[in-house]
Write a protein that binds this ligand. Sequence first.
Ligand SMILES: [Zn+2]
Length: 412
Amino acid sequence: MQNLKINPQRLWDSLMETAQIGGTPKGGIKRLTLTDEDRRVRDWFKAECEALGCTVTVDEVGNMFAVRPGRRADLAPIAMGSHLDTQPTGGKFDGVLGVLGALEAMRTMHDMGYETNAPVEIVNWANEEGSRFAPAMLASGVYAGVFTPEFAYSREDRQGLKYGDELERIGYRGTEKAGAHKFGAMFELHIEQGPILENEGKMIGVVQGVQGMRWYEVTVAGQDAHTGATPMYLRRNALLGAARVIDRIDAIAHEHAPNAVGTVGLIENRPNSRNVIPGEVFFCVDLRHPDDAVLDVMEAKLRRALDEILTPLKLTFEEKRIWHSPAVRFAPDLIDCVRIGTERAGFESRDMVSGAGHDAAYVARVAPTTMIFVPCAGGISHNEAESTSFEECAAGAQVLLEAVLEYDRRLG
Ligand SMILES: [Zn+2]
């Protein structure tokens, strides 16, 4: 088995070189989707991939695919990818490390003349950030069939410019149908955007999936009444009921420790007057867990708590789930390749679940997918001060390469 080592300095130089495209005085990047800066970094990326003998194609919503052939054309390609667009005050690593780490892995294979079984490719997903054109992860969403291309084209920025027109303007509206470009697997290297790895002194996060999220709105109704003239036994105090429910929501999250979280962060008390017993309370509930089955249990407990707590207080209530995002579980065989790759590269790791959304979450709906996290200082991201070290970037790219090679060997 050949021992391929990425070139950390070359990776770092590419990160710093492309950081100049849209570079900000505070050391971050402002490279909004489909701007001239986005076009320049796309042109740079295309030229670098073509210099390695890759064929670069673009799909109808602007996703870029750089393919290096393998020994067997009958195998679906192994993809590595993330995004080159940034927030208006973005950092140098969010998304960019995933694409340039993949480029470094590809350059290493090329330098060594390493022949894979399957084709290997790098993907630059368009409009991950959703900052200029909402929603986020727009083009990977089209790729996965979550949105139509027409929906993407119709998105407008604050000047009223349309995604479709801007894509055309910068010359990156491709002909390939979105989603037609199938993967055998996709690996996304990304900075953690949270504080856990740094806190525990671990280099690599072996990502198991993306947590599920559910939001609820609850209105509790009682009776407004005079605080002095209404005896305790005749009150219908909506705030008292809400307070007991909020306490119970905290307990429900603790019952599903360590991965569950439950929060009430918004509450309106009506009429909110010092000498009126509250007649109505509105609040929002946010429940999250990596497993939808556990979220189902938490949801059932929430609904039971509402009835058990509020009815004896002679209160009525309305409850509605207003939004949910299902949990994503990454492919076990790909996670295994990341684990083996991490061991081979000699880094300490921990299993984790992503708290943020990523292109990989959509791609996971249509292809086996997983992610690799590296630390970022203080867990700070979406910020010009975002910082991941030379060593951490190199570690991520090396593990990405090892994981792809491990997956590829299994196809042989
Ligand atoms: Zn990102």
